[in-house]
Design a protein around this ligand. Structure first.
Ligand code: NAP
Length: 498
């Protein structure tokens, strides 16, 4: 291309407004006239992707010509400003041609090889999982092998037809671009920018295989945390079921199976949320202990710990999810028919026993404090969840982010621990709460957080905190890096936040 057609364009979120301004701003800030004619772009294929792409390109000020095997049939589906014609005619004048057909049909385009020579072909295709395993060559490399006289650029495959049509107004949409020719990549990047997307250079065409694998992934970083959360849920649910349903049925012949859908679930949810929250902070404690033991930060952590540290955000968000569900389920508890019957039965019992007023001061206080601590813990978790959203996290500097995630996160763990303790109160010491000799569930969940809180407390001791701070600033016990910390240096100034 002689001139990049889209440099310095003004973006708009609306499809109908051209993104290319009639006037461009020169590097010196003065206004310059744009070329009279809109830059021409070709599209091969008239399917879903081609239609959305054409709509977006037309809306961004490009002149679009679509090449179809049957233009008469498909012309009505495209915006009126797009020209729909036969493939041969469509590829004759544009310098950039999008190939919006599936890989298995690439070879049917070989008859166009002469007209396509010297042009930029943009490969937008995505293989299926089966195709990916079947072919060692990426779709883009295969296209390049069929058209050696063209420059192939891989782009736009991570953007769905729907997202193209809607435009990038509802969030940041990156267009991953790779190719062997810098100039061609630049041209496609500028087009993506003009359409309102954010181009991201992924390197040479050899990276196309990696880029093509991205849309096939299903939340890869969530797999282990989700399985962990589900595993915890199943274990705690089974434990609570044995204690709250099975034990009364076997020992007292009481039918409490009605508790399974709501009450047992609600007893399980906070256990999962609480343990998951502890699992966010446990790897940091283990990492610190390991650094103290090794006397250096320059030794790699074991792989399992490395992965665990990297998944803390997902584990934290799942903890928030389970805590939210617990709050919602708790609101539903008084709505249950069984709850109403229990209340009426209690009232009748009171009347029969001739007791006028039921009021246990200790229970009243316990409940008030317990609920208040629960709401505070949930509020804190919400704050952590909100600040983990990329756009918000990006607006915080490292110190602010670390304060919220590390310090406030630990406050959330403390509040949850106090919430659990006030819930349990003296029950851990009462024999009738050990059903089938199984301790109350809250005592089990308290183990891990208490270990973490204790370890964090230990790390605050001057002898350990000073040593840890030195290690995190590069000091090594047996190594060459030895220095004194400046006087008055505190743990708050540490450089690593694992
Ligand atoms: P589609 O609706 O099935 O369209 C494919 C088009 O290929 C047909 O409309 C056809 O147009 C054309 N074609 C050319 N030669 C062909 C041949 N020999 N046999 C059959 N069709 C032929 O598929 P699509 O959803 O638009 O996807 C097109 C490409 O975009 C694929 O490589 C896909 O992986 C990629 N993609 C799609 C999306 C999406 O959201 N749909 C997202 C990212 C990437 P004519 O009949 O007019 O020639």
């Amino acid at each position: 291309m002689a001139q990049s057609p889209v440099a310095g364009t003004v973006m708009s979120g609306e499809m109908d407004k051209p993104l290319i301004s009639r006037r461009l701003v020169d590097s010196d800030g003065s206004l310059a006239e744009v070329p009279k004619e809109a830059p021409k772009v070709g599209i091969l294929g008239s399917g879903d992707f081609a239609r959305s792409l054409a709509t977006r390109l037309v809306g961004s000020g490009f002149s679009v010509v679509v090449g179809s095997r049957n233009p008469k049939r498909t012309a009505g589906l495209f915006p009126s400003l797009a020209q729909v014609t036969f493939q041969e005619e469509a590829v004759s004048s544009p310098e950039v041609i999008f190939v919006a057909v599936f890989r298995e049909h690439y070879s049917s385009l070989c008859s166009l090889a002469d007209q396509l020579a010297g042009k930029i072909l943009v490969d937008v295709s995505n293989p299926t999982e089966k195709e990916r395993l079947q072919h060692r060559q990426s779709n883009a490399e295969y296209l390049a092998s069929l058209f050696p006289a063209c420059t192939v650029v891989k782009a736009f495959n991570v953007i769905s037809a729907w997202a193209l049509q809607a435009g990038p107004r509802d969030g940041n949409r990156q267009v991953l671009i790779c190719g062997d020719q810098l100039e061609a990549k630049h041209t496609v990047s500028e087009m993506a920018r003009a359409m309102g997307f954010t181009p991201l250079d992924m390197g040479s065409l050899a990276s196309a295989r990696e880029v093509e694998a991205i849309p096939l992934r299903l939340l890869p970083s969530w797999k282990v945390p989700t399985l962990l959360a589900l595993g915890l849920f199943v274990c705690f649910y089974a434990y609570n079921f044995i204690r709250d349903v099975l034990q009364p049925y076997i020992r007292k012949d009481e039918n409490k199976f009605y508790k399974m859908p709501l009450s047992v679930v609600n007893t399980t949810l906070p256990c999962v949320a609480y343990v998951l929250l502890s699992l966010v902070y446990l790897p940091g404690v283990l990492a610190a202990a390991l650094q103290l033991r090794r006397g250096t930060k320059y030794q790699r952590f074991p792989d399992w710990l490395d992965h665990w540290l990297q998944h803390r955000k997902q584990i934290g968000l799942l903890s928030f999810f389970f805590a939210m569900l617990h709050a919602l389920y708790s609101f539903c508890l008084p709505l249950r028919r069984s709850h109403r019957y229990d209340l009426v039965n209690l009232a009748v019992k009171q009347v029969l026993a001739n007791k006028s007023r039921l009021w246990v001061e200790e229970e009243v206080w316990r409940m008030e404090i317990y609920l208040s601590l629960g709401v505070l813990a949930l509020g804190m978790l919400s704050l952590l969840a909100v600040t983990s959203i990329p756009s918000i996290a990006n607006s915080l500097n490292w110190k602010e982010f670390s304060f919220v995630q590390s310090t406030l996160g630990f406050v959330a763990l403390m509040l949850s621990t106090m919430h659990t303790l006030t819930y349990g109160w003296t029950r851990a010491f009462e024999e009738n709460h050990y059903k089938f000799y199984l301790p109350p569930t809250f005592t089990l969940t308290l183990l891990l957080p208490c270990v973490i809180i204790l370890a964090k407390g230990l790390f605050l001791l001057p002898c350990l905190s000073h040593r840890l701070t030195k290690i995190r600033r590069g000091w090594e016990r047996d190594g060459a890096v030895k220095f004194m910390l400046p006087a008055g240096h505190t743990q708050g100034e540490k450089t690593s936040h694992v």
